[in-house]
Write a protein that binds this ligand. Structure first.
Ligand code: AMP
Ligand code: MG
Length: 365
């Protein structure tokens, strides 16, 4: 690596330069030797990127302050943004929280684990404060991915793992994304399939009186209310002036290099508005990227179009949103215009990520 790019890297991390081992995993037939090598890195305090069903995670031993500090350095993550701890068994969860599960927690776990639901519990003293950024609560989930579960099991340790992107960038859903962001910053990368869900887990706070969604994600509001009845949504998610309760939700996030604007309304009006804006941008010598759908992708001219999938299939859209934002980063677009989608089911999580990527820049038509 030449001197200049090393210095660019040092802006984020204080100049770490590790010899990153990259392993290619066949997720249909997982190689035990690779898992054992990665597990031994975790046990000795190192960092390993691994696939999960939501996005790729950047893991380290959740019981070691020193190991966890390496995650923050690798990502350039602010130290007041707590991490999610990944477990492979209920025993591991109970070890972390130091008490039996409530009825609510038990029924959510029965229904949604392993899966994209992170639960917030009061923590025990076994969890280092670096993991929880000083909070008295800890976020825990069991990922629905064989490689991730095998890695946790083989390590014999709970693994703290945020998304494996540089802080502020779109979360990685493909191995090429983590190689781009994390080469030289972690000890190993396990390259697997494209992440199935494609947006991060739902964060549900169980430490208060009423379960509260702090971050919408793979398990939807509708899924949760079906199992446990009343669920609140953190006002910080709805009102951009309120302070969100999940510390991480206050940060700029997922930002593509180009400025992004969301266009919201009835689809014909949205299409017209976007084309109008594309044409004005072109007159000003600005190239526009459009985040469109299968139904609308052929209606735009004079711009670069990426289709996220069918508007009727929000799960497909969720699985492609982060990769699309990264695709635009590889092009020379100056402005990205995104069609809003309906904020129902997983659409709530997709729109939450889009709004943050756009810095809450929304035009209603
Ligand atoms: P990431 O792992 O990068 O997907 O981010 C984890 C998210 O969970 C962030 O928004 C954190 O702020 C949130 N989180 C983690 N632990 C807690 C906690 N104890 N209380 C509230 N939010 C949390
Ligand atoms: Mg993240």
């Amino acid at each position: 690596m030449n001197k200049v790019s090393f210095m660019v890297g040092s802006l984020y991390t204080g100049g770490i330069q590790l010899d990153t081992k990259v392993y290619y995993l066949n997720e249909e037939n997982i190689d035990k030797i690779i898992i054992d090598k990665a597990a031994s890195i975790i046990r000795t305090g190192g960092t390993v990127v691994f696939p999960t069903e939501t996005v790729y995670g950047l893991g380290a031993n959740a019981l070691s302050s020193e190991a966890v500090s390496r995650i923050f350095t690798a990502k350039g993550r602010p130290s007041d943004n707590p991490l999610i701890v990944h477990v492979s068994s209920l025993d591991m969860l109970i070890y972390l929280i130091g008490e039996e599960l409530s009825k609510t927690a038990q029924s959510l776990i029965d229904k949604f684990w392993p899966g994209p639901l992170t639960l917030i519990f009061k923590k025990s003293s076994r969890v280092p404060i670096e993991v929880t950024a000083g909070l008295e609560t800890v976020a825990v989930r069991m990922p629905d991915n064989e490689a991730a579960l095998r890695l946790i099991e083989a390590s014999g340790l709970p693994i703290a793992a945020p998304s494996a992107n540089l802080s502020g960038k779109p979360s990685p859903t493909m191995s090429e994304h983590v190689i781009a962001d994390m080469s030289g910053r972690v000890d190993a990368i396990l390259c697997g399939n494209q992440s199935r869900v494609g947006v991060e887990s739902t964060v549900l706070d169980l430490s208060g009186d009423t379960p509260t969604i702090l971050r919408p994600g793979g398990i939807t509001y509708e899924d949760l209310t079906q199992i446990i009845g009343k669920v609140n949504i953190d006002p910080g998610l709805i009102d951009s002036d309120a302070v969100p309760k999940a510390p991480g939700m206050k940060y700029t996030h997922y930002a593509p290099k180009a400025d992004m604007v969301i266009i919201k309304g009835e689809i014909e009006a949205v299409k017209n508005k976007i084309q109008q804006m594309v044409d004005i941008n072109a007159q000003n010598n600005l190239l526009t990227g459009v985040l469109a759908s299968e139904e609308t992708k052929n209606s735009y001219k004079n711009c670069r179009v990426i289709s996220l999938g069918r508007r009727s299939n929000t799960e497909e859209i969720a699985s492609r949103i982060f990769a699309a934002l990264r695709e635009f980063d590889k092009t020379d677009v100056d402005i990205i215009l995104a069609e809003a989608i309906e904020e129902k089911y997983i659409g709530m999580a997709v729109m939450n990520r889009m709004k943050k990527a756009a810095g809450f820049n929304i035009i209603e038509v």
